[in-house]
Ligand binder design. Structure first.
Ligand code: 5GP
Ligand code: MN
Length: 340
């Protein structure tokens, strides 16, 4: 579904803004980073000052995308984020369907920037259109990055000419498409191939990007993956698999941010598995990642039972129960979900 409200205003809002703040979602992934950084490079290219704010740090393997001095993390430097937001006259939210997905930053927005113009560029289901002045939402694209690419091409001054976008900008956009499609294994539309073809022709070094994103993990991550597959993967009914990962197990394997990226996809390579979940213990909550094949709607599952949402075949959320209760909880919700 495509929802566009006031897109024609975007260019004039950007032109008249002095301080733009770009928001990534909490627990940012490649699409969140790619779209925020892509927007940052576009704005820099047209002489606009902007700053990226994100609730928490990104996986280390994506750090290379972040331009020096461009980004503040609320978990590390709350006052830098607060100052940037307080000084902003335009807020741009990417890869999230509502301001609340910016995590702890959403409170800062409501306390010090409630009246500031807000723009949404996103591909998730159920955009909270009431949160924004400009809404550009399309669920039929691979990623926020693919949508951003289309939006930037439509900007006056770019006028459909990709050469007008810098190599840094298009590289960040390609990184988001690569990661959100899991290297073109899901959420790929005909428009996605057209976009990546143009991005590669523009000069993106796809092979080097692939190496940086998918081939720069640590040995300990590989060991953790082996342990998870051997000892932690459990099955419910013939078609559901799940893992749990505790704080203690993270510590034992020297876990760093991003080390469990992609684990949730692994059980889907088993023939009859249609739905897969990863429950990762964090301080104060359990992070939930859900994936599915075909018609199984994990966005519905995340929304009903896990305080979250996302896409039909890839969603996430949070639980506020001890990890030990997760297997019983998940089993009962899976039964309820598949019985309806
Ligand atoms: P992941 O499992 O990779 O963290 O997230 C998969 C998808 O679910 C992403 O599109 C992400 O934006 C969405 N998602 C993850 N966690 C949450 C959450 O807590 N709330 C909502 N609404 N969406 C989430
Ligand atoms: Mn995304």
């Amino acid at each position: 579904m495509r929802v566009t409200i006031n897109e024609d205003k975007l260019h004039s809002l950007i032109c008249s803004a002095g301080n733009i703040v770009i928001f990534g979602h909490e627990n940012p992934d490649g699409d969140s980073i790619g779209s925020a950084v892509g927007m940052y490079h576009y704005l820099t290219g047209i002489g606009k000052k902007s700053h990226i704010v994100i609730a928490s740090r990104l996986p280390d393997n994506l750090d290379f995308l972040i331009p020096e001095g461009s980004t503040s993390y609320y978990s590390e430097d709350a006052s830098a984020c607060e100052q940037a937001i307080a000084a902003a006259d335009l807020l741009i939210f990417l890869d999230m369907n509502g301001v609340d997905r910016s995590g702890a930053l959403s409170k800062v927005v409501s306390s010090s920037a409630a009246g500031v113009c807000k723009v949404l560029i996103d591909h998730h289901l159920n955009p909270k259109v009431e949160d924004f002045d400009v809404v550009i939402s399309d669920t039929e694209v691979s990623s926020a990055c693919e949508l951003l690419y289309e939006v930037l091409l439509r900007q006056s001054g770019v006028d459909g000419d990709i050469q007008k976008l810098s190599l840094e900008c298009v590289t960040a956009i390609m990184a988001g498409i690569l990661t959100d499609t899991n290297n073109f294994s899901n959420s790929v539309y005909p428009s996605t191939y057209l976009a990546v073809s143009a991005l590669q022709a523009r000069g993106v070094d796809r092979d080097s990007l692939y190496d940086s994103v998918f081939r720069s993990y640590s040995k300990s991550r590989m060991r953790l993956m082996g342990y998870m597959l051997k000892d932690n993967m459990r099955f419910l009914s013939p078609c559901v698999a799940y893992f749990t990962l505790s704080l203690a197990e993270k510590e034992a394997y020297g876990f760093v941010r991003g080390d469990s990226e992609g684990f949730v996809n692994l059980p889907l390579s088993i023939k009859d598995i249609q739905m897969s979940a990863l429950f990762t213990e964090d301080v104060g909550y359990i992070k939930v990642s859900l994936r599915s094949k075909g018609n199984i709607d994990v966005n519905d599952f995340a929304h009903r039972y896990c305080n979250g949402g996302g896409h039909k075949n890839a969603s996430g959320g949070k639980l506020y129960i001890p990890l030990a209760q997760v297997p019983g909880f998940f089993e009962s919700k899976v039964k309820e979900f598949f019985a309806q």
